[in-house]
Design a protein around this ligand. Structure first.
Ligand SMILES: Cc1cc2nc3c(=O)[nH]c(=O)nc-3n(C[C@H](O)[C@H](O)[C@H](O)COP(=O)(O)OP(=O)(O)OC[C@H]3O[C@@H](n4cnc5c(N)ncnc54)[C@H](O)[C@@H]3O)c2cc1C
Length: 291
Protein backbone atom coordinates (compact mmCIF):
# COMPACT_ATOMS: atom_id res chain seq x y z
CA UNK A 1 0.00 0.00 0.00
CA UNK A 2 1.16 3.57 -0.61
CA UNK A 3 1.34 6.17 2.18
CA UNK A 4 -1.36 8.85 2.23
CA UNK A 5 -0.21 12.25 0.93
CA UNK A 6 1.88 14.40 3.28
CA UNK A 7 3.99 17.56 3.14
CA UNK A 8 7.72 17.24 3.81
CA UNK A 9 10.16 19.57 5.59
CA UNK A 10 13.86 19.11 6.28
CA UNK A 11 14.89 21.70 8.88
CA UNK A 12 18.56 22.38 9.65
CA UNK A 13 18.21 22.99 13.38
CA UNK A 14 16.34 21.62 16.38
CA UNK A 15 14.75 25.04 16.92
CA UNK A 16 13.35 25.03 13.36
CA UNK A 17 12.08 21.46 13.83
CA UNK A 18 10.28 22.26 17.08
CA UNK A 19 8.76 25.37 15.43
CA UNK A 20 7.37 23.17 12.64
CA UNK A 21 5.92 20.74 15.21
CA UNK A 22 4.36 23.58 17.15
CA UNK A 23 2.81 25.10 14.00
CA UNK A 24 1.34 21.76 12.95
CA UNK A 25 -0.69 21.51 16.16
CA UNK A 26 0.00 17.79 16.66
CA UNK A 27 -0.55 16.80 13.05
CA UNK A 28 3.16 16.37 12.12
CA UNK A 29 5.47 13.40 12.63
CA UNK A 30 9.22 13.43 13.04
CA UNK A 31 11.13 11.23 10.61
CA UNK A 32 14.41 9.72 11.80
CA UNK A 33 15.59 6.47 10.16
CA UNK A 34 12.06 5.63 9.01
CA UNK A 35 12.42 1.96 9.96
CA UNK A 36 9.27 2.01 12.09
CA UNK A 37 7.47 5.07 10.76
CA UNK A 38 7.53 4.29 7.04
CA UNK A 39 5.84 0.87 7.43
CA UNK A 40 3.17 2.56 9.57
CA UNK A 41 2.59 5.13 6.82
CA UNK A 42 2.50 2.47 4.13
CA UNK A 43 -0.11 0.53 6.12
CA UNK A 44 -1.96 3.83 6.74
CA UNK A 45 -1.78 3.31 10.50
CA UNK A 46 -0.32 6.85 10.71
CA UNK A 47 -1.63 9.77 8.64
CA UNK A 48 0.42 12.87 9.47
CA UNK A 49 -0.12 15.93 7.27
CA UNK A 50 3.60 16.81 7.57
CA UNK A 51 6.81 14.79 7.94
CA UNK A 52 9.63 16.69 9.64
CA UNK A 53 12.85 14.98 8.59
CA UNK A 54 15.57 15.22 11.25
CA UNK A 55 18.21 13.87 8.85
CA UNK A 56 19.66 17.27 7.93
CA UNK A 57 20.31 18.32 11.54
CA UNK A 58 23.99 17.42 11.74
CA UNK A 59 24.43 18.24 15.41
CA UNK A 60 22.12 15.39 16.50
CA UNK A 61 24.60 12.76 15.25
CA UNK A 62 27.47 12.07 17.69
CA UNK A 63 28.85 9.75 20.35
CA UNK A 64 31.13 11.47 22.86
CA UNK A 65 32.32 11.49 26.42
CA UNK A 66 30.75 14.36 28.33
CA UNK A 67 31.11 15.08 32.03
CA UNK A 68 31.87 11.43 32.87
CA UNK A 69 28.93 10.13 30.82
CA UNK A 70 28.53 8.83 27.28
CA UNK A 71 26.39 11.31 25.32
CA UNK A 72 24.68 9.99 22.18
CA UNK A 73 22.87 12.29 19.74
CA UNK A 74 19.35 11.12 18.92
CA UNK A 75 20.09 10.79 15.18
CA UNK A 76 23.09 8.51 15.74
CA UNK A 77 22.50 5.26 13.89
CA UNK A 78 22.69 1.90 15.58
CA UNK A 79 25.58 1.01 13.30
CA UNK A 80 27.50 4.03 14.62
CA UNK A 81 26.78 2.85 18.19
CA UNK A 82 27.91 -0.66 17.29
CA UNK A 83 31.18 0.71 15.84
CA UNK A 84 31.91 3.20 18.59
CA UNK A 85 35.10 2.28 20.45
CA UNK A 86 33.99 4.47 23.37
CA UNK A 87 30.77 2.48 23.78
CA UNK A 88 32.41 -0.90 23.21
CA UNK A 89 35.06 -0.29 25.87
CA UNK A 90 33.19 1.90 28.40
CA UNK A 91 29.62 0.61 28.16
CA UNK A 92 29.77 -2.84 26.54
CA UNK A 93 26.16 -3.63 27.55
CA UNK A 94 24.97 -1.03 25.03
CA UNK A 95 27.31 -2.42 22.38
CA UNK A 96 26.05 -5.98 22.89
CA UNK A 97 22.39 -4.90 22.91
CA UNK A 98 22.84 -3.04 19.62
CA UNK A 99 24.05 -6.18 17.89
CA UNK A 100 20.74 -7.89 18.77
CA UNK A 101 18.64 -5.26 16.95
CA UNK A 102 17.24 -6.43 13.62
CA UNK A 103 19.74 -6.80 10.77
CA UNK A 104 22.65 -4.62 9.59
CA UNK A 105 20.37 -2.89 7.06
CA UNK A 106 18.00 -1.88 9.90
CA UNK A 107 20.89 -0.70 12.07
CA UNK A 108 22.36 1.33 9.20
CA UNK A 109 19.23 3.48 9.01
CA UNK A 110 17.54 3.15 12.42
CA UNK A 111 18.53 5.68 15.06
CA UNK A 112 18.93 5.59 18.82
CA UNK A 113 16.37 8.38 19.24
CA UNK A 114 13.91 6.63 16.93
CA UNK A 115 14.01 3.45 19.00
CA UNK A 116 13.51 5.35 22.26
CA UNK A 117 10.64 7.42 20.82
CA UNK A 118 8.99 4.39 19.23
CA UNK A 119 8.94 2.64 22.67
CA UNK A 120 8.24 -0.80 21.25
CA UNK A 121 7.73 -3.24 24.17
CA UNK A 122 10.06 -5.74 22.50
CA UNK A 123 12.85 -3.28 21.71
CA UNK A 124 16.25 -3.64 23.36
CA UNK A 125 17.17 0.04 23.87
CA UNK A 126 14.35 1.09 26.24
CA UNK A 127 15.18 -1.80 28.59
CA UNK A 128 18.90 -1.04 28.40
CA UNK A 129 18.20 2.64 29.10
CA UNK A 130 16.15 1.72 32.19
CA UNK A 131 18.81 -0.75 33.39
CA UNK A 132 21.62 1.79 32.96
CA UNK A 133 19.67 4.64 34.55
CA UNK A 134 20.04 6.67 31.35
CA UNK A 135 18.78 10.24 31.01
CA UNK A 136 16.94 11.50 27.93
CA UNK A 137 17.23 15.14 26.88
CA UNK A 138 14.21 16.71 25.22
CA UNK A 139 13.88 20.05 23.42
CA UNK A 140 10.57 21.84 22.98
CA UNK A 141 8.92 25.21 22.78
CA UNK A 142 9.50 25.83 26.50
CA UNK A 143 13.22 24.98 26.27
CA UNK A 144 15.06 21.82 27.30
CA UNK A 145 14.35 19.25 29.98
CA UNK A 146 15.77 15.90 31.07
CA UNK A 147 13.75 12.78 31.87
CA UNK A 148 15.01 9.62 33.57
CA UNK A 149 14.57 6.53 31.41
CA UNK A 150 12.49 4.96 34.22
CA UNK A 151 9.84 7.67 33.64
CA UNK A 152 10.11 7.89 29.85
CA UNK A 153 8.13 4.77 28.87
CA UNK A 154 4.72 4.99 30.62
CA UNK A 155 2.86 2.65 28.25
CA UNK A 156 3.52 0.76 24.99
CA UNK A 157 4.44 2.92 21.99
CA UNK A 158 4.01 6.00 24.22
CA UNK A 159 6.65 8.19 25.83
CA UNK A 160 6.99 11.23 28.05
CA UNK A 161 7.57 13.37 24.91
CA UNK A 162 5.08 16.22 24.45
CA UNK A 163 3.69 16.57 20.87
CA UNK A 164 6.04 19.45 20.02
CA UNK A 165 9.14 18.01 21.73
CA UNK A 166 12.15 16.34 20.13
CA UNK A 167 14.40 13.83 21.81
CA UNK A 168 17.89 15.25 21.28
CA UNK A 169 20.31 13.19 23.38
CA UNK A 170 20.60 10.03 25.43
CA UNK A 171 23.13 10.06 28.28
CA UNK A 172 24.37 6.79 29.74
CA UNK A 173 26.84 6.19 32.57
CA UNK A 174 30.07 4.29 31.94
CA UNK A 175 30.47 0.76 33.25
CA UNK A 176 31.72 0.72 36.85
CA UNK A 177 34.95 -1.20 37.55
CA UNK A 178 34.20 -4.68 38.92
CA UNK A 179 30.76 -4.86 37.34
CA UNK A 180 29.45 -7.38 34.83
CA UNK A 181 26.63 -7.25 32.32
CA UNK A 182 24.49 -9.45 30.12
CA UNK A 183 21.77 -8.95 27.54
CA UNK A 184 20.04 -12.07 26.26
CA UNK A 185 16.89 -12.66 24.26
CA UNK A 186 14.87 -15.35 22.53
CA UNK A 187 13.51 -14.56 19.06
CA UNK A 188 11.88 -16.85 16.54
CA UNK A 189 14.56 -16.02 13.96
CA UNK A 190 17.79 -14.07 14.16
CA UNK A 191 16.92 -10.39 13.65
CA UNK A 192 13.29 -10.68 14.73
CA UNK A 193 11.94 -8.71 17.65
CA UNK A 194 12.43 -10.62 20.92
CA UNK A 195 9.70 -12.83 22.36
CA UNK A 196 11.43 -12.23 25.68
CA UNK A 197 14.66 -10.57 26.74
CA UNK A 198 16.61 -9.77 29.90
CA UNK A 199 19.19 -7.12 30.72
CA UNK A 200 21.29 -7.86 33.80
CA UNK A 201 24.02 -5.88 35.59
CA UNK A 202 25.90 -7.08 38.66
CA UNK A 203 28.51 -5.45 40.86
CA UNK A 204 30.60 -7.82 42.99
CA UNK A 205 32.79 -6.70 45.90
CA UNK A 206 34.81 -9.05 48.14
CA UNK A 207 32.94 -12.06 46.77
CA UNK A 208 29.47 -10.64 47.50
CA UNK A 209 26.88 -9.04 45.24
CA UNK A 210 27.01 -5.30 45.95
CA UNK A 211 24.64 -4.06 43.24
CA UNK A 212 22.13 -5.65 40.87
CA UNK A 213 19.88 -4.47 38.09
CA UNK A 214 17.46 -6.71 36.18
CA UNK A 215 15.13 -5.41 33.45
CA UNK A 216 12.93 -7.52 31.16
CA UNK A 217 11.72 -6.64 27.66
CA UNK A 218 9.36 -8.27 25.18
CA UNK A 219 7.28 -9.78 27.96
CA UNK A 220 5.07 -6.87 29.03
CA UNK A 221 3.78 -3.56 27.63
CA UNK A 222 6.79 -1.65 29.03
CA UNK A 223 10.25 -2.61 30.35
CA UNK A 224 9.85 -4.43 33.68
CA UNK A 225 12.32 -3.88 36.50
CA UNK A 226 12.64 -6.98 38.70
CA UNK A 227 13.07 -5.06 41.95
CA UNK A 228 12.39 -8.02 44.27
CA UNK A 229 15.04 -10.09 42.50
CA UNK A 230 17.56 -7.23 42.67
CA UNK A 231 16.96 -6.76 46.41
CA UNK A 232 17.23 -10.49 47.11
CA UNK A 233 20.64 -10.66 45.42
CA UNK A 234 22.31 -7.98 47.54
CA UNK A 235 24.87 -9.38 49.97
CA UNK A 236 24.60 -12.90 48.54
CA UNK A 237 27.45 -14.95 47.07
CA UNK A 238 27.14 -15.04 43.30
CA UNK A 239 26.01 -18.56 42.45
CA UNK A 240 23.19 -20.84 41.55
CA UNK A 241 20.96 -20.61 44.68
CA UNK A 242 20.87 -16.81 44.56
CA UNK A 243 20.43 -16.75 40.79
CA UNK A 244 17.58 -19.29 40.85
CA UNK A 245 15.73 -17.22 43.44
CA UNK A 246 16.15 -14.06 41.32
CA UNK A 247 14.94 -15.98 38.25
CA UNK A 248 11.78 -16.98 40.15
CA UNK A 249 11.28 -13.31 41.07
CA UNK A 250 11.55 -12.44 37.36
CA UNK A 251 8.78 -14.90 36.48
CA UNK A 252 6.58 -13.32 39.17
CA UNK A 253 7.45 -9.71 38.25
CA UNK A 254 5.48 -9.71 35.01
CA UNK A 255 2.03 -8.61 36.13
CA UNK A 256 0.65 -8.00 32.62
CA UNK A 257 2.41 -10.55 30.38
CA UNK A 258 2.00 -10.16 26.62
CA UNK A 259 0.31 -12.98 24.76
CA UNK A 260 0.07 -13.38 20.99
CA UNK A 261 0.18 -16.18 18.40
CA UNK A 262 3.99 -16.35 18.71
CA UNK A 263 4.16 -16.91 22.47
CA UNK A 264 1.64 -17.29 25.29
CA UNK A 265 1.83 -15.26 28.49
CA UNK A 266 2.94 -18.35 30.43
CA UNK A 267 5.73 -19.13 27.95
CA UNK A 268 6.98 -15.52 28.04
CA UNK A 269 7.13 -15.61 31.87
CA UNK A 270 8.99 -18.92 31.72
CA UNK A 271 11.49 -17.44 29.25
CA UNK A 272 11.98 -14.40 31.49
CA UNK A 273 13.09 -16.68 34.34
CA UNK A 274 15.39 -18.74 32.12
CA UNK A 275 17.04 -15.63 30.62
CA UNK A 276 17.53 -13.96 34.00
CA UNK A 277 19.19 -17.11 35.39
CA UNK A 278 21.55 -17.33 32.42
CA UNK A 279 22.14 -13.57 32.37
CA UNK A 280 23.12 -13.48 36.04
CA UNK A 281 25.67 -16.25 35.51
CA UNK A 282 27.14 -14.41 32.51
CA UNK A 283 27.22 -11.06 34.31
CA UNK A 284 28.86 -12.61 37.39
CA UNK A 285 31.56 -14.26 35.30
CA UNK A 286 32.30 -10.91 33.63
CA UNK A 287 32.33 -9.05 36.95
CA UNK A 288 34.70 -11.59 38.50
CA UNK A 289 36.97 -11.46 35.45
CA UNK A 290 37.20 -7.67 35.41
CA UNK A 291 38.59 -5.03 37.72
C1 LIG B 1 12.57 -5.85 9.85
C2 LIG B 1 12.76 -5.00 11.09
C3 LIG B 1 13.28 -5.59 12.23
C4 LIG B 1 13.47 -4.82 13.38
N1 LIG B 1 13.96 -5.43 14.50
C5 LIG B 1 14.14 -4.69 15.62
C6 LIG B 1 14.65 -5.29 16.82
O1 LIG B 1 14.97 -6.47 16.88
N2 LIG B 1 14.79 -4.49 17.91
C7 LIG B 1 14.46 -3.15 17.89
O2 LIG B 1 14.60 -2.48 18.91
N3 LIG B 1 13.99 -2.57 16.77
C8 LIG B 1 13.83 -3.30 15.65
N4 LIG B 1 13.34 -2.69 14.53
C9 LIG B 1 12.95 -1.25 14.59
C10 LIG B 1 14.16 -0.39 14.32
O3 LIG B 1 15.07 -0.53 15.38
C11 LIG B 1 13.81 1.11 14.15
O4 LIG B 1 14.99 1.72 13.74
C12 LIG B 1 13.33 1.88 15.35
O5 LIG B 1 12.21 1.31 15.92
C13 LIG B 1 12.93 3.29 14.97
O6 LIG B 1 14.06 4.07 14.66
P1 LIG B 1 14.06 4.98 13.38
O7 LIG B 1 15.26 5.87 13.50
O8 LIG B 1 13.93 4.19 12.16
O9 LIG B 1 12.77 5.90 13.65
P2 LIG B 1 11.52 6.28 12.73
O10 LIG B 1 10.90 5.05 12.16
O11 LIG B 1 11.90 7.35 11.79
O12 LIG B 1 10.57 6.91 13.86
C14 LIG B 1 9.95 6.08 14.82
C15 LIG B 1 9.08 6.96 15.73
O13 LIG B 1 9.89 7.79 16.58
C16 LIG B 1 9.63 9.18 16.36
N5 LIG B 1 10.93 9.84 16.45
C17 LIG B 1 12.04 9.51 15.77
N6 LIG B 1 13.08 10.24 16.17
C18 LIG B 1 12.61 11.08 17.14
C19 LIG B 1 13.22 12.08 17.96
N7 LIG B 1 14.53 12.37 17.87
N8 LIG B 1 12.45 12.74 18.84
C20 LIG B 1 11.13 12.43 18.96
N9 LIG B 1 10.50 11.49 18.23
C21 LIG B 1 11.24 10.82 17.33
C22 LIG B 1 8.98 9.25 14.98
O14 LIG B 1 8.16 10.38 14.83
C23 LIG B 1 8.20 7.95 14.95
O15 LIG B 1 6.98 8.11 15.66
C24 LIG B 1 13.14 -3.43 13.38
C25 LIG B 1 12.63 -2.83 12.21
C26 LIG B 1 12.44 -3.59 11.08
C27 LIG B 1 11.91 -2.91 9.84
Amino acid sequence: MKPPPFAYAAPRSVADATALLRASDGDAKLLAGGQSLLPLLAMRLARPSLLVDLGRIADLDYVREDDGMIAIGAMTTKTAVERSALIRTRQPLLHDATRLIGHPQIRNRGTVGGSMAQADPAAEYPAVAVALGATLRLAGERGERSVDAAAFFPSPFTTALEPSEILTEIRVPMRAAGSGWSVLEIARRHGDFALAGAVVMLGIESGRIASARIVLFGVAPVPVRVSAGEAALLGESPGRPAFEHAAACARDAVSEPLSDPHASAAYRCHLAGVLVGRGLAEAAARAEGSS
